[in-house]
Design a protein around this ligand. Structure first.
Ligand code: NAD
Length: 367
């Protein structure tokens, strides 16, 4: 198979679909790989590294799209790329189609096959190609919280760790999933006094077993959320209700009892956010202030660390990409149920229930 990867055209997106190390694996499996010239620079990968791994460097993105059987990307194609979609092309990337009607129609009409990272699902319901980005966002949320407590960033001027004789920051993490656990690891490491809230008691029990007295766990009732949020210097919003908007658990009424210059890092912003005043921001202007409280609400946090994010993403996506390349999509999806769940558009049909529901399209079940 001929695989290709191109530079992402989305604003401030520096990740890339394939690392040189992944290229080497595909080449080892006797596939040909095309890489658009300089496409990896934002993530710190040079053309020379791709060539050494066996890739052919191609000057124009259009030629990569035209010559490839499978395009491996990070973000969804933008309208400027719709012209590259065609019958026989396989697209392997994040798409979030339920929020993108124009792209859904473009894929269906062009008969492009779309295998999307975010719906590849293991039998236990976990999403292996989404997890690495939640790990990155969770760890980064602790760093952003600590950074924005600094006075030059508008914060209250508390050093997260404290120093001998002076207490450090208090933190509240709402939602103890992948994001929450990774934020916890970092905040405990930095010496913060952390309270974790979740409605899942098994998760709280697990964290209590691991961290013992170094953290506090609380059931996520309104009372407990209010208490933890109003005492905290850093609040991390990390709740997920699969397939639904994030609940507005952090009420604006709580702000008057919080310390001015405290920080809310609302990681769940991509699902609408956890506060009543949440609105998405970008890396070039990531925060805004409401009632003296700093809100950090960047919807693509992993984009801030494209090198780490690209490598973490490739660690998860390579396995399924190789299956498709080695076996062809039809055989690969019949052998792998998780991969089959990643197929959203197949032969001009919508094959993902959520996407079909969103746009009133006929759902074709892949038997
Ligand atoms: N902003 C970004 O760049 C970025 C990056 C990655 C993930 N995210 C988002 O972060 C959020 C969390 O993702 P995740 O991978 O950790 O999800 P996850 O499914 O692993 O964890 C979600 C947790 O929320 C808990 N929860 C549900 N309802 C709750 C409630 N009322 N109170 C407290 N906890 C509750 C669940 O029990 C679960 O433990 C999602 O919205 C995800 O899309 C954002």
């Amino acid at each position: 198979m001929i695989l290709g990867t191109v530079k992402e055209v989305k604003n401030n997106e520096f990740r890339i679909g394939l690392t040189p190390s992944s290229v080497r694996e595909y080449v080892h499996h006797r596939h040909q790989v095309l890489v658009e010239s300089n496409a990896g620079l934002g993530a710190g990968f040079t053309d020379v590294e791709y060539q050494a791994a066996g890739a052919e460097i191609v000057n124009k993105a259009a030629d990569v799209w035209k010559r490839s059987d499978m395009i491996v990307k990070v973000k969804e194609p933008l309208e400027s790329e719709f012209g590259y979609l065609r019958e026989g092309l396989l697209l392997y990337t994040y798409l979030h189609l339920a929020a993108n009607e124009a792209l859904t129609h473009a894929l269906i009409e062009s008969k492009t096959q779309a295998v999307v990272y975010e719906t590849i699902m293991l039998p236990d319901g976990s999403l292996p190609c989404l997890k690495p980005m939640s790990e990155v966002a969770g760890r980064l949320s602790a760093i952003e919280g600590a950074k924005h407590l600094e006075k030059p960033f508008g914060g209250s001027g508390v050093l997260v760790s404290g120093v001998p004789g002076v207490p450090g920051a208090k933190a509240a993490i709402i939602g103890a999933g992948v994001v929450g656990e990774n934020a916890l690891k970092m905040l405990v490491g930095m010496g913060a006094d952390v309270t974790v809230l979740d409605i899942n008691l098994n998760k709280l029990t697990y964290l209590d077993d691991i961290y013992g007295n170094r953290i506090k766990t609380l059931f996520s009732s309104s009372d407990n959320i209010e208490k933890a949020v109003t005492e905290a210097d850093i609040v991390i919003g990390a709740v997920l209700l699969p397939g639904a908007k994030a609940p507005k658990l952090i009420k604006r009424a709580y702000y008057k009892n919080m310390k001015p210059g405290s920080v809310i890092v609302d990681v769940a912003i991509d699902q609408g956010g956890s506060t009543e005043v949440s609105k998405a921001t970008y890396h070039d202007n990531p925060t805004y202030v409401v009632d003296g409280i700093i809100h950090y609400t960047v919807a693509n946090m992993p984009g801030a660390v494209p090198r780490t994010s690209t490598i973490a993403l490739n660690n998860a996506t390579l396995r399924y990409g190789l299956m498709i390349a080695d076996l062809g999509l039809d055989i690969a999806m019949n052998r792998s149920e998780p991969l089959k769940l990643g197929v959203n558009i197949y032969q001009g049909n919508c094959t993902c229930e959520g996407v079909c529901e969103a746009f009133n399209l006929e759902y074709v079940h892949l038997g």
